[in-house]
Design a protein. Structure first.
Lengths: 231, 249
């Protein structure tokens, strides 16, 4: 499968624009379904956390933080668990389909962060955060993007595995054991959520900075004026 | 899977703005299935959809349950001190059970229904285990529990092997139920001791459930009635308010 591109010729205006098919249908579908389910998982997860907002002992109980109910989903513990145990299936399924599709098509190579991407990370960080020069664009994803997306997929997998260890600490006792037991697995699950949220924050900032054409490509698949991939 | 570097080997085609717009719109419309998730936001649909999701999770939980797989057990040094083992009551610490008069009433699909005294229950082989108690709220403790295997008791009362559930009533109007696979698990106890002493009133004296493969709210206290059956009329105090029916750990 080669990169699909399109040359759009506007005869009237005498303009020629290039577009690249960046996001195949399954990737877009999984992205949005997963985004919605992540939102639900975080909201309901925080409501579940409100039932025992601590990672210490029950007696005596020291609360870590008083998370506002307005920023949680489900209304009460039982309701939140219903949301959590329903949307986790969508979260897992879309994750599996995405990873499976990327591996099957070989597309994972354009997004998977590998060793040869390491030297390119710092120039991108310097560009984004310290006003450094913009490194030349050579591929669909720059090294920092690859690092972010690969981390997000890794965090997604860890969120499922830690969640499984909390939900089924007996049937998956080996998983809970790997994480230092049920008690710690619950802490990892919580911390991974915050790591994922920091990715989402950075992701959304970048979406805003990169404008409409970039955002639209996650809806239609096609990105105009990508600046690479055209003749 | 092809292992060639794809780089930039474009499959290019030409079009005009109008056709490109139509193509984009078509691609966008393919994503409409996502809108179906909006049904979770519709008041009348939300409840049945979440119920279906929870039921699916319960179905998967029952599939994941393995009769022979034991819950982890712990050393005595890992035990949570007895005074730091939480007491979760739903309305009162002590329903005032009269220990002299107490019996466990057995009914349903059994050969020997009737009232069983604590002595009759304690005559069965005793098992003591250090296991983790996990509350649905998120906290967990490791406790020491002594009692008899629920499976031994079910055998004693001549429980119908084809029965699917057992239902339990409690002195404090709490009630619970268990699937038969869990009831027959070798670590499922009718518990009368904690930390080597008879159950205190706060912990459910004289008899409670202790099922290390289940979540905390399944560990019913102050047992008074046990019924073996093929169908469930009601599930449990919390389950009937929306908690998971199976909640196996």
């Amino acid at each position: 499968m080669a990169t699909r591109t399109m040359t759009i010729e506007d005869a009237k205006a005498g303009e020629v624009t290039h577009a690249v098919y960046e996001h195949p249908f399954l990737v877009r579908l999984c992205h949005w379904l997963n985004a919605v389910s992540l939102f639900v998982m975080v909201g309901s997860g925080l409501q579940i956390f409100r039932a025992f907002p601590s990672f210490g002992s029950k007696i005596p109980q020291k609360n870590l933080l008083d998370w506002p109910k307005a920023l949680a989903l489900g209304g009460w513990l039982g309701g939140a668990l219903q949301w959590h145990l329903t949307f986790m299936w969508i979260y897992i399924l879309t994750g599996l389909v995405y990873v499976g599709y990327q591996v099957f098509t070989g597309n994972y190579r354009q997004v998977l962060f590998v060793r040869r991407d390491v030297p390119g990370v710092w120039p991108m960080v310097r560009h984004y955060f310290f006003f450094g020069p913009k490194p030349p664009v050579r591929e669909a994803y720059n090294p920092l993007q690859k690092y972010s997306y690969t981390s997000a997929i890794g965090l997604g997998m860890l969120s499922v595995l830690t969640g499984l260890a909390i939900w089924k600490p007996v049937q998956f006792s080996w998983l809970a054991w790997l994480m230092g037991g049920f008690h710690l697995a619950r802490l990892w699950h919580f911390l991974i959520m915050w790591a994922m949220l920091s990715f989402v924050f950075g992701h959304l900032v970048m979406v805003v900075l990169h404008g409409w054409q970039n955002f639209a490509s996650m809806l239609t698949g096609w990105k105009k004026d990508s600046g690479y991939g055209s003749e | 899977m092809l292992l060639v570097f794809r780089g930039f080997n474009p499959m290019s085609s030409r079009t005009d703005p109008r056709r490109f717009k139509a193509l984009s719109r078509r691609e966008l419309l393919k994503l409409t299935p996502i809108v179906a998730l909006g049904s979770f936001a519709i008041a009348g649909l939300q409840k049945p959809l979440l119920k279906a999701g929870l039921d699916f999770s319960d179905w998967a939980s029952a599939k994941l349950f393995r009769s022979g797989h034991l819950a982890p057990t712990f050393r005595d040094s890992d035990l949570t001190p007895f005074d730091r083992f939480p007491i979760n009551d739903y309305d009162l610490d002590d329903p005032g059970v009269d220990f002299d008069e107490w019996t466990l009433t057995v009914s349903g699909a059994v050969q020997k229904p009737g009232d069983y005294t604590l002595d009759q229950i304690q005559a069965l082989p005793k098992l003591t285990q250090n296991t983790r108690h996990v509350c649905v709220e998120g906290w967990d403790v490791i406790g020491q529990f002594g009692g008899v295997r629920l499976s031994d008791f079910l055998e004693m009362i001549g429980s119908d092997p084809t029965a699917r559930f057992i239902s339990l009533e409690c002195a404090d109007d709490y009630y619970e139920s268990l699937d038969m696979a869990t009831a027959m698990h070798p670590q499922s106890l009718l518990c009368y001791e904690m930390y080597g002493h008879p159950l205190t009133r706060e912990h459910g004296a004289p008899l409670r459930l202790q099922i290390p493969t289940k979540i905390g709210y399944k560990q019913a206290k102050y047992l008074t009635d046990i019924k073996v059956g093929h169908v469930l009329e009601k599930i449990g105090y919390w389950e009937d308010q929306g908690y998971s029916e199976f909640y196996g750990l």
